[in-house]
Ligand binder design. Structure first.
Ligand code: FHN
Length: 679
């Protein structure tokens, strides 16, 4: 349980975190009119439906499979194709499904037009691996699109780039040793994808979102992603495209360091800890443990949990895409229907606290806050109360605005004398609150929350001197600071930019009319001596490398493996891997830094990686993961410094990027001209 004081530290953390996030992403800003309906909708239905619903998760004696069943049960293509004759979801009723979504309060539906197994739920003229080759013989996408257009729900397509059926798609599944790759042509596969996307974007009316997935395997590049993004927008200029059209930004597109293609980030089965400034995003999540139908999986989240997730996501400015997996008969499972109905009942009373709102101005220990415009220069805050407070009193610490009015959604107004201020908190004595009630609170002006100033510097260490900026985006406050670590007072100097030549602890605080109106933010900047360069007589251009094969799960396992080969390379080149999965490289040599200074190295890897500078670990990006970048700062003198980089690939996509910045260098991959090795 957070106390008001710890809450302030959270606020401070939010500001500090935001201070160090470089804005290098490339997605549509929230202000892009294409995203207006989507960001106001806040809540949508995800549908995973396809051949995999027929076995319902069971294959042989295992019952834990899902939509990945062809892979997880290692079913050969010919065997899997037998499911075609069994796919006859006669219980499928698009109207029923769309109304279930609409009555739950959902505003858009994303349905799998083609998942990784390559099976198309629409009548495609470029393949027979589609619903028209089954006993069902109905275009499911057409029926869904018609029902959505009829009921004012946006219809959106999920489309998998990865395709385990098309002969031109590579790579094969790692276990498909016997399935030839002879003649496979990935460019021809991309042409097939484009032909299908043309069908999906010209035969079914206006489509809200193209939800790409399966972008992580190595044949799919950001260049192809950018091309596909442009192609789709060319067919429907107003369509929204998610981050998974490309690999930059990691699987979910939220890794700002490596940018993002597409229009919004897609965290999956997880909710970001904090609101993400100026980045549209959507959490997608299952109701139980499977996307595709699994008859044995009864582990459904409660409606209370789902409602709180919806509120938490909206309070951070995100959308919630909640999944259902229809059965082999084409019906949404009864428990999912139950959850949708209960969420719909809550939304009928409290939907205004979700639709069209934006991220709230502050975290709360007893719930969360969404925000809207109350008109007349006032702001409306929707306070989502998870559990009613014992004394029936809600306290909002650090909210400095004058409260105007309050009321319980679906209940009565809060009497004026029950809406008061105590020190730097607004206090609401709201009677009769139930779990998951929402209190509407109107306040004067825009939110004025006791958030401390942001203290920014290039890095927490410096050589010679460093510039520190201290900012606050709050209105009519004075930012005062000290450099000896003491808490600023009303007479401390007003600060905006400081130049430090020695180690110092900068403390900053907001003041208004001589009164402190924020906690104190503190950052210590340490002056360090640069590590001396090493002398390497006769150093030659390029790095040494060793190459090893094995199902490494850590860099240590890679380092312990007997190399298969070794050699030299101009840069961190891994094109020489001899197998598709389970391999790794270790590079060693020197990096030549141009001047004394603090350098920020960035190691981006899929899967695990580590970087050493001067013989010490600088970056730990270890263990299997999708592409992700981590950084490390180090003070170096001009000249050569020993470096080592280790990197391994398990399966799926793979990538290694080693970048640097600092001492006047813009962030870039370390060029070959700066890499050397022993003669
Ligand atoms: O592999 C898919 C998975 O089957 C499912 O479709 C999820 C939904 O976002 N996406 C991929 C896993 O990230």
């Amino acid at each position: 349980m957070m106390t008001p004081n710890s809450l302030r530290h959270v606020l401070a953390a939010v500001m500090c975190l935001a201070a160090f996030l470089p804005k290098t992403h490339a997605q549509a800003p929230l202000s892009d009119p294409r995203l207006t309906w989507w960001s106001q909708a806040r809540f949508g239905m995800f549908i995973h439906f396809g051949l995999y619903a027929v076995p319902g998760g069971k294959w042989g004696d295992k019952t834990s499979h899902g939509e990945w069943i062809r892979d997880t049960a290692r079913i050969p293509v010919a065997e899997y194709e037998k499911l075609l004759g069994q796919f006859n979801p006669t219980g499928f009723d698009a109207e029923q499904i769309v109304l279930a979504a609409k009555n739950a309060g959902m505003k858009y539906i994303v349905i799998t037009s083609k998942h990784h197994d390559g099976f198309c739920l629409f009548d495609s003229k470029v393949t027979d691996w589609d619903v028209m080759s089954t006993p069902f013989k109905r275009d499911i996408m057409k029926e869904m699109a018609d029902a959505c257009h009829k009921h004012g729900i946006k219809i959106c397509w999920y489309y998998s780039i990865m395709d385990w059926h098309h002969p031109d798609y590579l790579p094969r599944r790692p276990w498909e040793k016997d399935r030839t790759t002879e003649g496979a042509d990935f460019d021809r596969y991309v042409a097939y994808m484009k032909a299908q996307l043309k069908e999906l974007l010209t035969n079914y009316g206006e489509i809200g979102v193209l939800w790409f997935d399966g972008q992580w395997e190595h044949n799919w590049t950001d260049e192809r992603g950018r091309d596909l993004y442009a192609y789709v927008r060319g067919l429907q200029p107003n369509i929204i495209i998610n981050s998974r059209v490309g690999r930059a930004g990691g699987d979910f597109g939220l890794d700002r360091q490596s940018g993002m293609l597409g229009d919004y980030g897609t965290p999956e089965q997880t909710i970001p800890e904090f609101a993400i400034p100026d980045m549209p995003w959507e959490t997608c999540m299952t109701m139980n443990g499977h996307w595709g139908y699994n008859a044995a999986d009864k582990s459904f989240k409660t409606s209370e949990d789902l409602i709180r997730k919806l509120a938490d996501i909206a309070s951070k400015g995100g959308n919630f895409l909640l999944n259902v997996g229809p059965t082999g008969e084409g019906k949404i499972p009864p428990t999912s229907i139950e959850r949708l109905k209960e969420m719909g009942e809550w939304m009928k009373v409290n939907g205004e606290s979700i639709y069209g709102t934006v991220a709230g101005p502050m975290p709360l220990s007893w719930g969360c806050v969404t925000r809207a415009d109350a008109g007349g220069g006032n702001t409306r805050l929707y306070l989502h109360v998870n559990e009613p407070p014992k004394a029936g009193v809600l306290v909002l610490p650090g909210l400095l605005n004058t409260p105007v009015s309050a009321g319980v959604l679906g209940g009565g107004a809060v009497p004026a004398n029950k809406l008061t201020r105590r020190d730097d908190a607004v206090v609401i004595a709201a009677a009769g609150l139930k779990a998951d009630s929402v209190v509407r609170l109107d306040i004067q002006g825009t939110p004025d929350v006791a958030i401390p100033p942001a203290i920014k510097a290039d890095a927490p260490i410096f050589v010679g001197s460093t510039t520190v900026t201290i900012t606050s985006d709050r209105k009519d406050v004075e930012v005062r600071a000290t450099v000896d670590g003491t808490d600023p007072v009303a007479t401390s100097p007003i600060a905006s930019t400081l130049t430090l030549k020695e180690t110092a602890t900068v403390a900053a605080r907001c003041f208004r009319a001589g009164k402190a109106v924020s906690p104190v933010a503190k950052e210590t900047l340490t002056r360090v001596q640069p590590t001396p360069a090493v002398n390497v007589p006769g150093a030659v251009a390029g790095l040494k490398f060793t190459y090893a094969e094995g199902a490494f799960k850590t860099v240590a396992e890679l380092m312990a493996a007997k190399p298969v080969s070794s050699g030299t390379a101009a840069t961190f080149d891994y094109s020489g891997h001899k197998v598709l999965t389970d391999w790794g490289f270790v590079y060693s040599g020197y990096v030549k830094v141009p001047a004394d200074g603090v350098y920020r190295f960035t190691l981006g890897s899929d899967d695990g990686g580590m970087m050493w500078v001067g013989g010490k670990v600088l970056i730990d990006n270890d263990k299997p993961h999708s592409y992700h970048e981590r950084t490390g700062d180090v003070a170096l003198a001009a000249g050569l410094h020993p470096i080592k980089v280790a990197f391994f690939e398990n399966s799926g996509g793979f990538e290694l990027k080693v970048k640097w910045s600092g001492a006047g260098l813009a962030k870039q991959e370390i060029p070959a001209a700066a890499l050397f090795r022993d003669p």
